[in-house]
Design a protein around this ligand. Structure first.
Ligand SMILES: O=c1ccn([C@@H]2O[C@H](COP(=O)(O)OP(=O)(O)O[C@H]3O[C@H](CO)[C@@H](O)[C@H](O)[C@H]3O)[C@@H](O)[C@H]2O)c(=O)[nH]1
Length: 453
């Protein structure tokens, strides 16, 4: 493919959760495929520091980070509500990004030729149109979750007056017959529909048909019906993942010694626990989870990010010091790759689910918010590669039951077989002739402005 000598791609990042990291991964891959193009990565200073600190300067030579206002007023004291920082940022949008774009143009001396944004940023459609450049939206989660945001009005109209216990299924949407109203993210039929975040994702669903392309960190074969339906509604749908299989990181750090610890365990015997970059379960759930692990004598490796809550596990930590290992952060990809890991106890954030699929590890899901309920339902009911904790939260009995199911029942064997098959499909998708590889080539053409080349 001939890539033009000029071009300046501006990437606009959502600075919360695991959003900016996959966008930067994508930008790095694009810049490796189109080294003649300039890339500006526009994000808050805090998030830029975090995501760029994980990579070496050599790995982003033609990518320049630019900082934008995070919307936090001077001297602001946070209340402790995790959504507060998000809402302040949403209020600062899109003006902060407009300033960021101006700064990127002024400093590089190159006008923008393509706008690549987190799909949340519905205003990318107008910005792209004003600049006369393509708007490429990037969805960091599964095809299923973008689909529910596209169908929000249909779901609201169809379920109006019917929603009693949340068991109504979305069988009126292609590929969604297993999804129940109660699996949906808040803001579609339940929760505060007028909350700023929910307004943003609603607008996103309405605006995406204007995007030149939608790139997704997934692969077509995982939900072909949903992907085909999206293709019928959008100009170009490009599943280009799973990223961690397509472009595995070159190195990793294991400061807490997780891998040597796993080396000392039997095949498929360990439960790995992590709840992503944002969450820690409530104290009663942490205690119930710990009790189940201890009683079942399941060796465990626990990524426990909020050290202030560790005191809740006093006693347990001492009693289980030879059974388990609790660390502040793990090299998750390498952990899931390790043959000793037999199950992943997860909040079902999309990156975690996708990484577990790509490494063939069945899951026990305890979803909290956003797309996590949908992902858990897909894991349990559609792909049959794991189970959700009964009753929706960790109790000792529900966790014990889930552990027994995965480790000691025939169903656990079926889950391992099913996830092995899905893993193979993922590998084929990112192989030289696979669907994700071909889609990525199409994306490079769009971003480089030579989609007809
Ligand atoms: O000890 C750890 C814990 C996590 N991770 C990594 O952190 C990421 C966590 O991502 P994810 O599982 O998606 O969780 P969140 O950080 O909670 O992700 C937010 O963003 C996701 C993508 O949009 C959504 O699916 C989630 O619901 C939302 O909470 C993964 O890549 C993990 O490999 C580590 O490397 N080590």
């Amino acid at each position: 493919m001939q890539v033009p000598n000029e071009g300046h791609v501006a990437a606009l990042a959502f600075p919360f959760g695991t959003h900016a990291t996959p966008l930067l991964t994508l930008v790095r891959r694009l810049s490796a495929s189109a080294p003649n193009l300039k890339f500006s990565f526009i994000n808050t200073s805090k998030s830029n520091q975090k995501v760029f600190s994980k990579i070496k300067p050599n790995d982003y030579q033609n990518i320049k980070p630019f900082n934008v206002d995070d919307g936090v007023p001077e001297g602001h004291v946070f209340s402790g509500d995790p959504l507060e920082a998000v809402e302040l940022f949403l209020r600062a949008m899109p003006e902060n990004f407009k300033n960021g774009l101006e700064g990127a143009v002024a400093e590089t001396g190159a006008k923008i030729t393509c706008l690549l944004t987190d799909a949340f940023f519905w205003f990318g459609a107008d910005m792209g149109a004003e600049m006369g450049v393509p708007w490429v939206a990037f969805w960091t989660a599964a095809p299923c979750s973008i689909s529910v945001h596209m169908y929000t009005d249909v779901v609201r109209n169809t379920l109006k007056g019917k929603e009693e216990n949340g068991d109504e299924t979305l069988d009126f949407i292609p590929g969604m017959s297993a999804i129940r109203a109660k699996d949906l993210p808040a803001g579609i039929v339940h929760g505060k529909l007028e909350a700023p975040f929910n307004i943003m994702v609603h607008k996103m669903g309405q605006t995406l048909p204007r995007a030149t392309a939608l790139a997704i960190n997934s692969f077509e074969e995982i939900n072909p019906t949903i992907t085909n339906d999206l293709k019928s509604k959008l100009k170009m749908v490009l599943n280009i993942g799973p990223f961690d299989l397509a472009w595995p990181p070159k190195s990793f750090s294991d400061e807490s010694g997780c891998i040597p610890w796993l080396d000392n365990h039997d095949k498929a015997s360990v439960a790995y626990l992590s709840f992503g970059s944002l969450l820690t379960p409530q104290p009663n759930e942490l205690i119930a989870l710990a009790e189940a692990l201890e009683t079942q004598r399941v060796p465990f490796l626990w990524s426990f990010r909020d050290s202030s809550k560790l005191q809740l596990l006093e006693g347990f930590l001492e009693r289980t010091s030879t059974l388990g290992k609790v660390v502040p952060w793990t090299p998750q990809l390498q952990v899931l790759e390790h043959p000793s890991v037999g199950v992943f106890i997860t909040h079902a954030g999309w990156n975690s689910v996708s990484e577990s699929i790509a490494r063939g590890v069945p899951m026990i899901c305890r979803p909290f918010f956003a797309d996590q309920g949908l992902n858990s339902r897909l894991v349990e009911e559609v792909w049959k590669i794991g189970v959700s904790v009964e009753g929706g939260n960790f109790t000792k009995s529900a966790t014990t039951k889930a552990l027994e199911l995965v480790f000691s029942s025939g169903k656990g064997g079926e889950m391992r077989e099913n996830i092995g098959n899905l893993k193979q499909k993922a590998k084929i998708a990112v192989g030289s002739d696979g669907s994700s590889t071909k889609n990525f080539t199409s994306l490079v053409k769009v971003v480089a402005g030579c989609e007809n080349a």
